[in-house]
Design a protein around this ligand. Structure first.
Ligand code: FMN
Ligand code: SF4
Ligand code: SF4
Length: 275
């Protein structure tokens, strides 16, 4: 049995999960972690188990963390558990946090991998220039093949030292005590508070009431009221509502009005829509 769980807002992790799945000789069961599939954590999994996920401010989607804590993994010698962090240039040590979740279950992560794709965090940074984005996509097939080869060979792999640089720590507003970080020091971190951030989301006058934002939200956190979106208080900060809105009218306070939008160019809207 081979299962890949993925979480996605703007399609990067879906692309990586799909490309991985296509290169293995066996059938791979792809499961998107979202509000509709949380119950699937209670089934039993064994064999090759992959987790493909974005990093959010050195953390991971809260829904994914809860899902993985619940995930039932059979303790068999055939397991090879691997994680693939699809990041935007500063993966930090989120994979260490993820490893600690599996270690506590008694089924350790065997391979931890990183993949660089464009940054989707419009609430933090502007999108990268398209030429730069193209570079990350050009490197993807070779990187995916490296991961597949390592998983097939059951090679133990770690991410190496990916601690954020002092510059990145400062830019993110993180404050870390001196010394090597223990497993869970970075997560949760004080700047990753999606529900606080969500309080300042709104649709500006460009909204056409199409409901795309409702349909793409993995947390089912948006409803249309009088033709306009309202956010319901359990945001994951995935940016799907910002990045797939055809009118580019979802805003965060006064931070996003002049920033370019990004969603993965190889994934279609209907492949992200959940409802
Ligand atoms: C709120 C937020 C915070 C993020 N923080 C980081 C970060 O600390 N480091 C990083 O490398 N990428 C960061 N990213 C970028 C995403 O991890 C990256 O673009 C990912 O590939 C998006 O996956 P998706 O397209 O499947 O949703 C952040 C994105 C968001 C939305
Ligand atoms: S996707 Fe954009 S235009 Fe459509 S309802 Fe949502 S905010 Fe309005
Ligand atoms: S409300 Fe928007 S940012 Fe929050 S989880 Fe839903 S789609 Fe993602």
């Amino acid at each position: 049995m081979h299962t890949i769980f993925y979480f996605t807002g703007t399609g990067n992790c879906l692309q990586v999960a799909r490309e991985l799945a296509a290169r293995f000789p066996e059938d791979v069961n792809l499961i998107r972690v979202c509000s509709d599939t949380l119950h699937l954590a209670k089934e039993k999994y064994s064999g090759r188990i992959g987790i493909v996920y974005p990093t959010y401010s050195n953390n991971m989607p809260i829904m994914l963390k809860n899902f993985l804590e619940e995930l039932q993994v059979e303790d068999t010698p055939d397991n090879y558990i691997y994680t693939v962090c699809v990041h935007g240039g500063m993966p930090g040590r989120v994979h260490v946090f993820l490893e600690s979740i599996f270690r506590r279950k008694g089924t350790p992560v065997n391979g931890a991998f990183l993949v660089r794709l464009p940054h989707n965090g419009i609430v933090i940074f502007d999108a990268e220039q398209e030429e730069k984005q193209r570079l990350w996509f050009e490197g993807l097939p070779a990187r995916v093949q490296e991961i597949v080869d390592a998983v097939m060979a059951e090679t133990p792999v770690t991410c190496g030292n990916t601690s954020p640089s002092p510059k990145a720590i400062k830019a993110l507003g993180l404050k870390l005590p001196p010394g090597p970080p223990p497993d869970e020091q970075i997560a949760p971190n004080p700047i990753f508070d999606p529900q606080k951030r969500e309080k300042e989301f709104f649709a500006d006058e460009g909204c056409i009431g199409c409901g795309t934002c409702v349909s793409v939200c993995p947390a089912d956190n948006i409803a249309l009221e009088d033709g306009h979106p309202v956010w319901k208080g359990h945001c994951e900060s995935c940016m799907a509502c910002f990045q797939w809105c055809p009118a580019e009218c979802v805003q965060f306070a006064d931070q996003t009005q002049s920033r370019r939008r990004y969603h993965n160019p190889n994934i279609k809207l209907n492949e992200i829509q959940l409802r």
